[in-house]
Every structure is written in structure tokens, then in C-alpha cells.
Write a protein that binds this ligand. Structure first.
Ligand code: F6R
Length: 656
């Protein structure tokens, strides 16, 4: 039950929260509460009104409700539903409409009466929108009001589509979507331009009028906004903060989404760690020292007793004896993350005076050269996220293979394909048997950008990206025969599926078993707006879990290094390995990124941030180098950062 996971409120929290290890477990607990409500009303022969949400968050909740219906006889015959919102304009039969979403995930699989399911209409004429919204409010009232409202939270802090600026008294209405919200949806619509600009949404007041409100949030990309909503002031800039005023509102979080709450990020501000069941272990110590150094704008080694005392860190100083000794602990921890030998040194060639390569786990420390598998979700994530480290691993003699998980065809513009096909058509090299279809396709592409997607066009687009990736890998010294294009099928499902299947896992499993890597580099980037990185990581996780169950011998010597993509970097206290790059290496990485020509200028997923990928990469890795320098470490041109996991530790972690 949810109540079992309710936390005693810290003085920073202004709303009730329940934290569960993972989103599946949390969804099951929410589903159990909904099922109990439906059943108790059935016993009283009364109806229930549910307020429903869409998006990635409630998918696992709906899956559990469907399971309860199919396996445990939960009936929805007494249930009426009202959804929060619908894109406008958008016909209900559009694959990305919220009506389609609800049918796909819930309505078509349970015994809900279709006449009792309500969503705002995406097709009412503009002149009738106001009347339609008023009628939606009236229908909720006529049904007796909402008993149980489910919510997700957008990264703007919206509930429903109540974007920043939505007042407390707002009712159902037509709204303009925030650029960040549109960017998050762009992956589903095949690009920013095709993403609707408006929606009809229930208002803040409509939501707060529900008798029970449960807001769910999963994953670390929601952690910051959850903190703002739970610990910040009630404020129309973050509509979720209004839940603080609701007597029966509850935030249900997984561990990752609760990560930025004061109780988790800076628990020493709440009280003694022992009282919270925590300890001053290595990670916590480093986190506190880095936090203090940034708070005081001082390098670590210049922090004084007063600095520690003023910030409530007396316990930490007492543990180490003095501020000076505490500083050294933090300083050395950070210094030991830095290595120019990401795969370890050649033991045959190392001299007695060489500094040990500390961040590596013991299991494969003596193996040289190592089998290194770089897993890139899209065909350019390898060079964008870790191009410098990739070059080093190759230059230092390791056997580096790169596997690209999905084709990335979705972000190739038609005109780029026209360029290449027109070249093939005119080169005289085209296969005569295919000349006609080539001519037709080139003509279709030449006629404008409106050619609808087809299997053939997608195939060409995949091929384009495959060759760009091959060219980029060559810049890093990785030959073509060391590249694998996995083309995981989840990426090609229409409408874009937000889940993966056993075939995806089998393909990944076969890759791992065949190559038996010592080091796996994978994208741990849960903030990518289209969700592909997150799914790729889950596929890897499941493949590793299967290898662990089968007791695959290679797994014991393997370690996993997670990199972050173009969208965000690791927080400083989570970095285990920092690979410094020279100015020349930064330029070589730039050359590799440039090979991805179709991703320049017009990449669909750049969203509102207009910087090219190479610019983001350079700014990000320079900023990290500067942060190290400000903490008092050496000044490097750029740094690429990684977080380390032993496979079994990764499998245990609730963060993914
Ligand atoms: C959906 C809705 C939105 C989402 C929010 C989170 O009906 O109204 O408020 O709940 O945008 O979306 P996901 O769950 O996709 O992160």
C-alpha cells in the first residue's frame, strides 16, 4: 500500500511524499489504491470518477490496471473517466492523440464503457472551444466531481498542460505549450515543427477540486522539478506547487525522482546523518565537500573550519579532526577520478614510478589490451559524448568495437537523402534493376519535403547514418569491421513505442555474449528528450541481467562506464572517471562529430537550443574542466566524465 511508503516530512517538504525503489513497484502501489477504491464503491453500488493522465509516467500504472482486470477480475463497469488534456488541433484517430494513447494503454483492454470516457476534443472549431471547455467542466460536475486524479509532472512543473503562469483559479481552457514541453514531445511527432503548439487542458482549479490527487514522477530527469514543486513556494510558475494546498495530495516518487530533495541531496542540512539512517561514506563525504566549495566559491583546499561550521558540517570535520584533513580527503577523492588511461596501462610497459590508474575496478585491471565495447544509442552518440576517450582507448592499444543501437533514421531530412540519391542516379553506378525505383524516389524527394515516410525511405535514411557513423569512427581509428549496427526494432515501431521487447534484449544479449567485453561504455543519459537513450539502457540492463542469471563467466571481469550525452553531464560528486583532453584531442573529436553531416544545421532534436552538437559537446566538456579547476585541481582544456558500475551493482541500482 502507498501508506507504507509515506515519509515523515522534513522541514523542507511542503507536500506529502511516498518514495519507492522503482517505477514498477510504485505504479503497482498506486494501482492497488485505485483498485481498492473501485471495489469499495462497487460494494456500495456507487460509481467512481477517475481523472486520468497520459505521457510516459502512467504507462506502467495502466499496464498494472489492465493486469488486475485480466487476472484478478477488477471490473471498470462503475467507472467514469475524465482525461486531463488533449493536443489541439489534433484528430482523435491520430496516433499521437491522447485519445489514441488511452485506447492503446487502457480503454481497449478493460470493461470501461466508452461512453463514460471523456477527453477534451482536439477537433472542435476554434469558435466553439470556450463553450466546449465549459461543457467539459459541467460534465465533471454532473458526474459528481473527480474522486481520484492521477498526474504526471512536466519538466516545466506543469500538471495537465498548465504551463508556467497558469493561475490557481484556472479552469479547462485552450493553452499554448511551453517550448520545453514541445521539445519533450518532439520525438513522438517526428520533430519540433510537427509538434502541436496548443492543447486543451483542465485548469489548476479543476485538478485541485478532485478529492484525492496523486502525482507520480519517475527518473532523475524529474528530480529538480520535483524538488521545486515540493520544497519551493506555491507559485503559478510551477503549477504542481499548488498541490501543497491540497489536503489529500500525494507525490509518489521512485528513488531517482526523489534524488534532489534536500533529504537526499544535502541531508546534513536536515540533521545528523545517523538519525536519518545515513553515514559519512566516501560518496557522501565528497558530495558535502564539493557542495561547500561551490557554496563558498573557494577551492577545496582553502575551506576553513568556519566554512564547515557555518554550513552545518561540524560532524564531518569532527570525524576527520580538522578542516585541513577533511579538505584533503575530498581533494584526493576528486583527484583520483582523473586519468589519461581510461582502459588502464599496459602492465608490461608501466614503470615503478607510474601513478596507479585508480578508478578501474580490480577485476580487469591486469588485462591488456582490453576488449572495449562502446554502445551508442544513436549513430553519433559515441563521438558526441565520449569522442576524446574513444580516440584514447584506440591509441592506447585496446580492441575497441562500437555498437549503434538504433538506426537514427528519424532525424535525417528528406533533402539530405535527395542529395545522395541524385548523385547515385547520375553516377551511372546504380543497379539497373533498381534504376526505376531510384528515379521515382528521387523525383518524389525533389518535389518538396512533403514525401510521406515509407519503408524504402527509412532504409535509405538508415544507410546514410550508417555511413556517417563509419566515417566518424574512422577519424577515431576504429575500422569498419569493428562496427555493429544493431537496428533494435523498438525504434521502428509505429506509433513510436515507449517500450522495448524480447527481440531487442536478445540482439543485445547476443552482442555481449559474442564479444565478451571487459569494459562497456554506455549512455546513462536519462534526460534525452526522445527517450531512446533510456530505452537503450533498459535493454542493456535486461541483457546483462540475463547474462547474470546464466552466470556468464565474462561478466565477472566486466565493468560498465556510463557517459552522459549532449543534454546534461554527471553531477560532480557522481563522477568516477574524468578523462582530460588536450586541445588537439578536442579538435579531433570535433572532426569526428562533423562527419555526421545530416545532423548539422537542422537536426530535429536540437529543440529550442540552437547550438550544434559539436558546440554543446565542447562547451560541456570545457565547463567540466573549468569546474575541476575552480575546485582547485589542475587546469585542463576539456574533460569527459563517466560513472562506474560493476554489473551486479548496476543491476541492483534503482536509478535506471
Ligand atoms: C499528460 C499531461 C502532462 C504529463 C507531463 C509528464 O496528460 O497532462 O502533464 O503528465 O507532461 O509527461 P511524461 O509522463 O511523459 O514525463
Amino acid at each position: 500500500m502507498l501508506s507504507d511508503h509515506l515519509l515523515a516530512r522534513s522541514r523542507y517538504e511542503q507536500a506529502a511524499i511516498a518514495v519507492l525503489a522503482g517505477s514498477l513497484e510504485a505504479s503497482r502501489a498506486v494501482a492497488a489504491e485505485i483498485a481498492a477504491l473501485i471495489r469499495s464503491r462497487q460494494a456500495e453500488k456507487r460509481d467512481v470518477v477517475l481523472g486520468l493522465a497520459t505521457g510516459s509516467t502512467p504507462v506502467s500504472l495502466y499496464a498494472e490496471l489492465v493486469r488486475l482486470h485480466k487476472e484478478e477480475g477488477l471490473s471498470f463497469a462503475n467507472v467514469t473517466t475524465f482525461n486531463l488534456d488533449e493536443y489541439y488541433p489534433l484528430p482523435p484517430e491520430h496516433a499521437q492523440s491522447y485519445r489514441s494513447f488511452m485506447r492503446r494503454h487502457l480503454f481497449d483492454h478493460v470493461d470501461l464503457d466508452p461512453a463514460r470516457t471523456h477527453l477534451p476534443s482536439g477537433t472542435v472549431p476554434k469558435s466553439e472551444v470556450d463553450a466546449h471547455c465549459a461543457a467539459y467542466e459541467a460534465a465533471i460536475r454532473a458526474a459528481g466531481g473527480i474522486d481520484f486524479q492521477i498526474l504526471g509532472i512536466g519538466r516545466t512543473g506543469h500538471i495537465g498542460f498548465n504551463e508556467p503562469g497558469s493561475p490557481r483559479h484556472s479552469l479547462t481552457r485552450l493553452v499554448t505549450l511551453d517550448p520545453l514541453t514541445r521539445r519533450d514531445a518532439a520525438g513522438d511527432f517526428g520533430g519540433n515543427d510537427a509538434t502541436p503548439r496548443h492543447a486543451i487542458t483542465m485548469g489548476v482549479r479543476t485538478i485541485l477540486d478532485a478529492r484525492r490527487v496523486v502525482l507520480m514522477a519517475w527518473g532523475q530527469h524529474k528530480a529538480e522539478i520535483v524538488r521545486t514543486a515540493v520544497e519551493g513556494e506555491v507559485n503559478a510558475q510551477v503549477s504542481a506547487s499548488f498541490l501543497q494546498e491540497h489536503p489529500a495530495a500525494l507525490y509518489v516518487l521512485d528513488t531517482a525522482a526523489s534524488g534532489a530533495l534536500t533529504r537526499n541531496r544535502t541531508p546534513w542540512l536536515i540533521g545528523a546523518l545517523e538519525d536519518q539512517g545515513l553515514a559519512w561514506d566516501e560518496r557522501m563525504t565528497r558530495r558535502a565537500i564539493l557542495w561547500l566549495s561551490q557554496l563558498k566559491h573557494k577551492p577545496i583546499l582553502k575551506l576553513t573550519d568556519d566554512d564547515y561550521n557555518e554550513a552545518g558540517l561540524q560532524d564531518l570535520v569532527r570525524l576527520h579532526g580538522s578542516a585541513y584533513a577533511t579538505n584533503l580527503v575530498g581533494f584526493y577523492q576528486l583527484q583520483h577520478t582523473i586519468t589519461g588511461w581510461p582502459g588502464g596501462r599496459n602492465p608490461q610497459k608501466s614503470k615503478p614510478g607510474d601513478a596507479p590508474v585508480r578508478p578501474l575496478l580490480a577485476a580487469s585491471a591486469q588485462v591488456f589490451p582490453k576488449r572495449v565495447l562502446v554502445l551508442a544509442p544513436h549513430p553519433d552518440d559515441d563521438v558526441i559524448s565520449m569522442g576524446g576517450t574513444l580516440c584514447r582507448l584506440v591509441d592506447q592499444g585496446h580492441e575497441v568495437h562500437i555498437a549503434y543501437a538504433v538506426s537514427g533514421s528519424g532525424s535525417v531530412p528528406n533533402e539530405a537523402v535527395w542529395n545522395l540519391l541524385a548523385f547515385v542516379r547520375d553516377s551511372g553506378l546504380a543497379d539497373p534493376a533498381r534504376a526505376e525505383s531510384l528515379r521515382a524516389l528521387t523525383a518524389g524527394l525533389g518535389a518538396g519535403d512533403s514525401l510521406p515516410p515509407s519503408a524504402e525511405l527509412t532504409r535509405w535514411k538508415s544507410l546514410v547514418r550508417r555511413h556517417e557513423a563509419t566515417a566518424a569512427a574512422r577519424v577515431c581509428g576504429v575500422a569498419e569491421n569493428r562496427l555493429r549496427f544493431l537496428e533494435l526494432p523498438f525504434y521502428n515501431a509505429t506509433p513510436r513505442s515507449r517500450t522495448y521487447g524480447p527481440t531487442d534484449v536478445a540482439i543485445m544479449g547476443e552482442l555481449l555474449a559474442g564479444f565478451q567485453p571487459h569494459l562497456i561504455y554506455a549512455a546513462g543519459d536519462l534526460d534525452d528528450p526522445h527517450g531512446t537513450h533510456r530505452l537503450c539502457l533498459r535493454v542493456l540492463r535486461e541483457a546483462l541481467a540475463q547474462a547474470a542469471t546464466a552466470r556468464a563467466p565474462w561478466l565477472a571481469a566486466a565493468e560498465l562506464w556510463l557517459y552522459r550525452g549532449a543534454w546534461a553531464d554527471w553531477p560532480l560528486d557522481e563522477i568516477d572517471l574524468a578523462v582530460p583532453l588536450s586541445p588537439q584531442e578536442v579538435l579531433r573529436r570535433r572532426r569526428a562529430i562533423f562527419r555526421h553531416e545530416t545532423q548539422k544545421d537542422q537536426a530535429l532534436f536540437l529543440g529550442e537550443d540552437r547550438r550544434e552538437f559539436w558546440q554543446r559537446t565542447e562547451e560541456r566538456s570545457r565547463r567540466l574542466a573549468q569546474a575541476y579547476n575552480e575546485l582547485g585541481l589542475a587546469e585542463y582544456e576539456a574533460i569527459e566524465a563517466f560513472k562506474r558500475y560493476a554489473p551486479e551493482e548496476f543491476l541492483r541500482s534503482a536509478a535506471f
